[in-house]
Write a protein of this length. Structure first.
Lengths: 345, 345
DNA sequence: GAAAGTAAGTAAACCGCTTTACTAAAGCGT
DNA sequence: ACGCTTTAGTAAAGCGGTTTACTTACTTTC
């Protein structure tokens, strides 16, 4: 436990009988030396157990070899999975990850974005979860080196990576249509979010393709939380169950709804069909196993990092790119034909 | 996007007509100045939007105001929740968090532990998941400033923070006993881990208190994974279901077991009772809702950080402390009296 | 055998902040 | 009017690397 100050470049240089420059340059590959000298230096490094001081290096080089990862809430399984994927990819590339949770507070988002300006981190994978009034976008455009993931920050001119929300909605719509549902409730997150918008459009399209205009879609908006799911389920019941199927726009919303529906004795899928979105929770063990649109969360996380590193931040053309990752439907057992004793509309 | 080099201390000093020392010392509170000078400096800081360069500061101060968090797998909801709690607490204290996933590879664990030696991080919250042959402990003792959480590293002489595993096992045992179970299968993680050991002892104690020696406990050991849960369930079936109740030592094990048991048409709790451990997954929505011992994961995470910061790392007395956090039982619906058509033993 | 290369390094400035040790000037007590 | 304190600062040496520009000795080449 005695803090014997760790060996520095100087010590290595002395031990090897060369200058610091030589060691440093050899280590950084900007100088190649005769085998003998090289050997001496390597021996010195090994015997002194030298490891470069990261702070000094960062100060000198002006970069940190660290990327920042900003997410609303790490405990949420969706973000947790994404964090894991980003960390994994970063690790593979020799980068460290600094983790920041915003808990959806704009103040924190702003603070974390500023990290880039002082080279605290070399770039940011940024996931937000709530509408932006333009401030965030402005800051992002000013700082650069940000990848916006999962949910849009509309005016930000940086690469963006989303799952194919429209396709997801479409798959859900088609699946419900296949079972004969024309009266569907869509429970989304905040209306301003593209995920909510696009999934809705996809859903509508999916139903229309089968039934044309003889469909009715109700739309509730809220947040991507369990609480909100509960509220929406109560509202749905209070309004007399005006649909034969529900498309819940996240695992959390679905979970909250199931809780309440179950309490009230509504059985799925006999009385009501339900389809979810995300599929990162163990939905297959639920009662009933929940059919859902699955987001390839890990792939998104890994891709986010590679986008961050591979983007040419000089060329503005390459910046305003929106990349969509396809989703799939995982059919389980929560969708059945519409119940007949269900009063519609 | 134009990288106009950010203002440094020097610029502030010039603008305020004082020396860098003065500004620095004022900022660090080691000098108090007459209101007028102070004002000038503050104005300069504001108008130049000065923010200290963290790398320079870290190099100079020899610390990083960053703590490292090492966990086996971030995507696992248990660790994800812990990560969230640690991050939150760290943020409250003005510290950054560097996140490292080991995926249970010792090499990585070692690499991350070394981060401390070079002040890369000021301390480490360390969660491992597999037995240690002594190497890890040695390294931990050498580097210091590590808090071992959730699972022990036996020879490490640092503060440790676990949930009260014995108590958890005991609660489970008593609960099963209350329903009349005397023949119980315990499915743990690796035998070498204290979690597995202590939970087993608690279970045994809980059953014994009720039934004395007329009990039989089978014990399977594996890993805390879904896959292992599946395997153990198959083994249990292959062996002819030699118990009326199962105590599964993690959410993952329980999930894996449920999957297989359900496939084979075993119904819980009619045919077989099941009780889990952790309770961070949405077990209440499972079929049936799963009774489980709940770990206060967030509390553990927060406490880990406060231990890290509050420990006096000089006094070796304060180091070898093991702190236990109480757990609770969450009774749902997966335990019932033993089925009669279940062949025991 | 002189000019031009090349191999094998090196000195010193710099990154931006912290901190120790020191000074100049003003106050103030007698 | 002199020494002593206090106030209000400052110069300069780090922290531990990176990097640019340069030197010195040894080969070639013609």
């Amino acid at each position: 436990m005695a803090q014997e100050r760790t060996a520095g470049l100087k010590d290595v240089a002395k031990a090897a009988g060369v200058s610091v420059t030589t060691v440093s340059r050899m280590l950084n590959g900007s100088l190649d030396l005769p085998a003998l000298t090289k050997q001496r230096i390597e021996n010195a490094i090994a015997s002194l157990k030298y490891q470069p001081n990261p702070h000094a290096r960062r100060l000198s080089r002006g970069r940190s070899d660290t990327i920042g990862l900003v997410v609303p809430d790490i405990a949420n399984p969706f973000f947790a999975t994404m964090v894991a994927a980003v960390e994994e990819e970063a690790n593979d590339r020799g980068l460290a990850v600094s983790l920041y949770a915003t808990l959806n507070r704009t103040g924190r988002e702003v603070a974390y974005l500023r990290l880039i300006e002082h080279n605290h981190v070399d770039g940011l994978v940024f996931v937000t979860n709530h509408p932006d009034n333009g401030d965030l976008a402005a800051l992002i455009n000013r700082t650069g080196k940000v990848i916006v993931v999962d949910e849009d920050v509309p005016l930000a001119a940086v690469p963006k990576l989303f799952c194919d929300n429209f396709q997801g909605g479409h798959l859900a719509g088609r699946h419900l249509a296949d079972f004969g549902h024309r009266h569907v409730l869509y429970v989304g997150g905040p209306d301003a979010m593209i995920s909510t918008q696009r999934r809705f459009k996809g859903l509508r399209e999916g139903l229309r393709e089968r039934f044309g205009d003889s469909i009715s879609i109700r739309r509730y908006s809220g947040e991507y939380t369990i609480d909100c799911g509960r509220d929406m389920a109560r509202r749905f019941l209070d309004e007399g169950m005006p649909a034969t199927a529900i498309f819940a726009s996240s695992d959390e919303i679905a979970i909250g709804m199931i809780e309440v529906l179950r309490e009230r004795g509504i059985s799925i899928p006999e009385d009501l069909s339900l389809i979810g979105f995300d599929d990162v929770s163990p939905l297959h063990l639920f009662a009933p196993p929940l059919t859902a649109i699955r987001q390839p969360v890990r792939a998104i996380g890994r891709r986010a990092l590679s986008l961050l590193l591979e983007t040419n931040w000089q060329e503005s053309k390459s910046l305003a790119i929106e990349e969509l990752v396809p989703v799939e439907i995982v059919v389980r057992n929560s969708v059945a034909p519409p119940s007949t004793h269900n009063k519609q509309r």
